[in-house]
Design a protein around this ligand. Structure first.
Ligand code: ADP
Ligand code: ASP
Ligand code: MG
Length: 416
């Protein structure tokens, strides 16, 4: 007889490529079965949809109508996880262990009603405990939740990492494994920067910054939650069972942080757009009118550059949004022209842009990083369109076509 109470509590999350076909699903089932049989009885499995499936569903919805209500979008795009949960559960049971497939609403993943980017409010783990006590493995659909009114929501693309960590927090797990198609969290996307190296250990702060700045190996919100509940994340390759390569993301001590490299990695977000507005009149009114409009339409604004009054008494204002929001934002900006408070607004935009960033805890105590970054980009004839910085990062907006080269150059100069 096993002793359930001495068993660690472990969450294993499997991403889309790990479940891309039947062979892979059977491989993953065997790994879960082996983990369970070797003593990890308090095991929780969280899955994403099979590779490409969520994108296929997103496209189907867009083909039907470009104005589908977000609640209906979520109903369609959450369906991919239902299939993978069922197939993986069947494959586990085929090996001889009971699996309990659970969709978000069946488990009780309660979210707010911000469809397509919902936030988890509460998770009920009764069904997980009940499954364990019946000697079974809960297999849970990531990415999806349910509102108080019973409507299905999704957490944003890549959100099954966040489901896994939120479930790990609710179940007080010892750690959460993120099983994916690369060997760990690298200093850059290894598909873009061949020289990228695995970061064996990362502080939550660096992982959060890199994930927020485009390193999609972890959903940013998952790192935020892991840091909040102090749950170590292990990023590893699903298909390399005995590999020692992996990344552990956890909180580091003061001294480790002091010794942290100046730059740990580089990341990029592609397909962003820049909007420039300039006008005379009441500067503060103009800025608050712009943000009021954008806020009313729940559009995410990223970099903001404000140049107050040149010699010509005009306010110049620039900001970036996701390219998919550009048309809507331009419509909102044009509508400001009809406001009598602002005369002769000049509004322009540029799309096909990318934000490349250099991230490192050591930047807090180091200088010259910005200079080095600008220097290497300029030497490569890469036009820098905007700059933004924080204590541990420097970001530059460049053209999409220059993005890969910029990442490689920055990686080369800072990491080697
Ligand atoms: P999953 O389907 O397992 O959730 P994702 O496609 O969401 O996988 O994330 C894994 C991908 O993230 C990798 O294939 C890689 O191309 C990309 N990636 C981007 N930045 C990084 C990075 N810094 N380290 C590792 N992978 C990265
Ligand atoms: N299946 C969802 C997506 O493709 C969630 C995830 O993969 O994390 O975005
Ligand atoms: Mg992912």
């Amino acid at each position: 007889m096993y002793d359930r109470y001495s068993s660690p509590t472990v969450v294993q999350k499997y991403g889309g490529t790990s479940l891309g076909d039947i062979e892979r699903i059977q491989y993953v089932a065997k790994r879960i079965y082996d983990t369970y049989c070797s003593g990890t009885k308090n095991l929780i499995v969280v899955v994403s949809a099979m590779a490409g499936e969520t994108s296929r569903l997103v496209e189907l919805v867009a083909e039907v109508s470009t104005r589908t209500r977000p609640r209906i979008v979520d109903l369609a795009v959450s369906a991919g996880e239902q299939v993978s949960v069922a197939l993986l559960s069947a494959a586990i049971e085929n090996l001889g262990v009971k699996a309990e497939p659970l969709l978000g609403f069946q488990l009780g993943v309660l979210t707010n009603d911000s469809y397509e980017r919902a936030r988890i409010r509460k998770i009920d783990i009764d069904k997980i405990r009940a499954t364990w006590s019946q000697e079974g493995i809960p297999v849970i659909a990531g990415f999806q939740g349910v509102t108080e009114d019973g409507n299905i929501t999704t957490l944003g693309r890549g959100g099954s990492d966040t489901s896994a960590v939120a479930i790990a927090a609710a179940a007080e797990a010892d750690f959460c494994e993120i099983n994916t198609d690369v060997d760990g969290f690298y200093s850059a996307d290894p598909r873009v920067v061949p020289e990228a190296t695995i970061l064996p250990s990362m502080d939550f702060e660096v992982a959060l910054e890199m994930a927020s700045l485009g390193s999609k190996v972890l959903h940013a919100r998952s790192v935020e939650l892991a840091a909040k509940f102090d749950i170590p994340l292990i990023v590893r390759n699903t298909f390399k069972e005995n590999s020692s390569q992996r990344t552990i993301v956890m909180s580091h001590s003061e001294s480790e942080i002091l010794e942290a490299p100046v730059v740990s990695g580089v990341s990029a977000v592609r397909d962003i757009a820049k909007i420039a507005v300039s006008g005379s009149g009441d500067h503060s009114k103009l800025i608050s009118a712009i943000f009021e409009k954008i806020n009313q339409h729940s559009i995410n604004v990223d970099i903001i550059v404000h140049d107050q009054m040149g010699s010509d008494d005009r306010t110049r204002f620039g900001f970036t949004v996701e390219e998919s929001d550009l048309e809507e934002v331009m419509g909102l900006m044009e509508s400001l022209n009809s406001n009598d408070d602002f005369s002769q607004l000049s509004i322009s935009s540029e799309s096909n842009l990318a934000k490349v960033s250099v991230v490192g805890l050591g930047m807090k105590n180091s200088h010259g990083v910005a200079y080095k970054a600008f220097d290497v980009l300029t030497a490569s004839n890469i036009d820098i369109k905007m700059i933004s910085t924080s204590e541990i990062r420097i970001s530059c907006v460049v053209h999409n076509k220059d993005c890969d080269q910029a990442l490689n150059q920055l990686h080369n100069v800072f990491i080697g």
